[in-house]
Design a protein around this ligand. Structure first.
Ligand code: GCO
Ligand code: MG
Length: 402
């Protein structure tokens, strides 16, 4: 069996997506996601100019060998562009193998460990009252777990606040828009949000919060401690993780569960965090961390320390990643939760898929493969539109972590 063609499809049905379609001499094809929000075309070139020529003629059944070939063979290991390209190939190859076996992908991974996948949605508002209402809407839709973010008085476009209450799309401008940040104001305001949420809805729902890399370790420890009475499911990205050791300080001072990893590319980004038990949830996902082949390794390492998974699932990961993630989530023994931001209707139409939402859970489809396809004719109607993530500045103009 041979790979005969691999093609990169760029489309913007509501937002930009990069998709890889691998075709074989047996008529079976596979689909992979290669979207890197704000740097999409770098991955397109990496795939078209440097990966696709190496794939033609290879046996698509040799997933592990092709993974190692692309990872070790590049010599320049790791990084978001390389690992997204590898992830796209990996997803497409698993899709092909599962289709050939006539099995849903979870069966090939080892079979289901659970019937349904608990997801969390994003509730946000310009102020506490609006966020409290938005959380109520999620509860009414059946969600058991909700991430809550709010506007903060005195901060221009605080992280996580969208235009409506239910949708949030940060990559909103042809050049990065400028937002503000003020840690003092945030530390004063965020605990009030969770106080109100617990007072309004009680303690039966899981609540999550994303710090989006804004705090120093000491500030993150302070926030984690202040949030303890509200028993969060997790506090995410409380401090940047390039220095994994930074989480030790946070950990020493708070029992609020910690999650990190949506920008991790490989197991090496998480190794110290996991082995030193500095986190509770690992957020690496299929497209970010080299596909299913590599994400499995991260999850297995995490399982030794009772650390659970919490795959990134924002709208900048295409339905292809969501489909793969749901097969992974259905199988992985140490599953925690899956992020689920709803895609726009146009996105869902371009990527026909067989997963579905039901009462706070996503249910993985049963069709052979990962269950997500691309409608190429429809995709062609939505040409690429440059869109960047924002930047953040402190009051004195200093660039901060967005
Ligand atoms: C999340 C994330 C996203 C990111 C986005 C960047 O937890 O869902 O923080 O909202 O900001 O994926 O492109
Ligand atoms: Mg996040």
């Amino acid at each position: 069996m041979k790979i005969t063609r691999a093609k990169v499809i760029v489309t913007c049905p509501g937002r930009n997506f990069v998709t890889l379609k691998i075709e074989t001499d047996q008529g079976v094809y596979g689909i992979g996601d290669a979207t890197l929000n704000g740097r999409e075309l770098a991955v397109v070139s990496y795939l078209e100019d440097h990966v696709v020529p190496c794939l033609i003629g290879r046996d698509p059944r040799r997933i592990e060998d092709i993974w190692q070939y692309l990872y070790r063979g590049a010599y320049w290991r790791r990084g978001p562009v390389t690992m997204r390209a590898i992830a796209a190939v990996d997803m497409a190859l698993w899709d092909i193998k599962a289709k050939m076996a006539g099995m849903p992908l979870y069966d090939l991974l080892g079979g289901k460990s659970r019937d349904r996948v608990m997801v969390y949605g994003h509730a946000n508002g310009r102020d506490i009252a609006e966020t409290v209402d938005a959380v109520g809407q999620y509860i009414d839709m059946g969600y058991k777990a909700i991430r809550a973010q709010t506007g903060i008085p005195g901060i221009k476009d605080a992280y996580g606040v969208g235009r409506g209450t239910l949708f949030y799309e940060p990559a909103d401008a042809a050049l990065p828009s400028e937002t503000g940040w003020d840690t003092r104001k945030a530390l004063n305001h965020i605990p009030k949000l969770f106080d109100k949420l617990r007072e309004t809805y009680g303690f039966d729902y899981h609540l999550l919060h994303d710090g989006h890399h804004r705090y120093t370790p000491q500030e993150a420890a302070n926030l984690g401690r202040m949030l303890e009475p509200y028993q969060l499911f997790w506090l995410e990205d409380c401090t940047p993780a390039e220095n994994q050791e930074a989480f030790r300080l946070v950990r020493q001072h708070t029992v609020t569960p910690l999650a990190v990893g949506e920008i991790f590319n490989t197991i090496w980004d998480a190794k110290d965090l996991i082995e030193n038990q500095l986190i509770d949830y690992i957020r690496a996902t299929v497209v970010g961390a080299g596909g299913l082949t590599h994400l499995r390794r991260i999850a297995d390492l995490a399982s030794l320390y009772q650390i659970r998974t919490g795959c990134h699932g924002a709208t900048d990961l295409s339905p292809v990643t969501m489909g793969c993630a749901l097969h992974f989530d259905s199988w992985v023994p140490n599953f925690g939760i899956q992020e689920y931001m709803r895609h726009a209707e146009e996105t869902d139409a371009v990527f026909p898929h067989d997963y579905r939402f039901d009462d706070g859970y996503l249910i993985c489809g049963e069709s052979p493969g990962h269950g997500v396809d691309i409608d190429e004719a429809l995709a062609a109607k939505y040409p690429y539109k440059p869109a960047y993530l924002p930047v953040a500045r402190l009051n004195d103009g200093t660039i901060w972590n967005w």
